[in-house]
Write a protein that binds this ligand. Sequence first.
Ligand code: SF4
Length: 277
Amino acid sequence: MVSVTTLTSYLYCPRKLFLERVEGYVEIPRGVLVKGAVKHRVFDELTSSEEQLISSLKKSFDWDTTFEQYKSYFSRILRRAVLKSAKQIKMAQLNPMAVFNEFQLFFSKEAETRARYVFDFMQKNKIDGSELWSQLVPKIKSEYKVSSQVLDLSGKIDRVEVYPEQLIPIEIKSGNPPREGAWENHKVQLAAYALLLEDKFGIKVSEGVIHYVDANQKIDVSINPFLREQVKELIKNVKLLFKSRKIPPIAENKNKCAVCGLRKKCHSLVTDEKQNI
Ligand code: SF4
């Protein structure tokens, strides 16, 4: 079964995917990837343990108290995520304290957004504790694993917003979006998740969201027929690549090579390939 991340890796560079998955080369962790992994870890823990926090909130709380609860909850989780990733952070030659400080402001804003939503919901419906948790919409599932025999595809979705009759997949990305919309490979990834959710739950998933956390922008993406077709085409291409014994050519876009952790190995193979022609 093909994973969704291999589809996006293929879109980035088929040669890199071949080197990693067929030849078994491993990319050295880069700072940007390690920081992205810390963010993912925080989001994952936030959503999986939010029930406990929400159940402890009281409708008598004012805004400042609610926000304070959320802020310290987010901060604790961030600290834990940095500690758990300490080894990778050091391997990428980053300072754990600097990573913590860099993310603190960002997660403080995230805490404010979520606290505001929960606070308003609590005030409007005049409920708290476990009743608040059971009625709060949307519920959020994070790192949600889903697979489909029909599509021969599997994936782990960063977040899924669950409404009574709707599911919205959300992909969390580091870095900035393009001037308009979202990057193509991110849209394809989201479409792949939409297809997986549709297959599992038998409902139409017609939109998703890409959250560019560094830029604090959420981009709505329509899961159109073109994206759906692209996903199916990519699944076929990845399977063919995995069966192939022929290394794909160097990427045309040299900017990709400039930030690629396999650059040395990849470019050193070019000489051998020329000799074998
Ligand atoms: S160096 Fe360039 S061509 Fe080689 S694997 Fe990396 S991105 Fe692909």
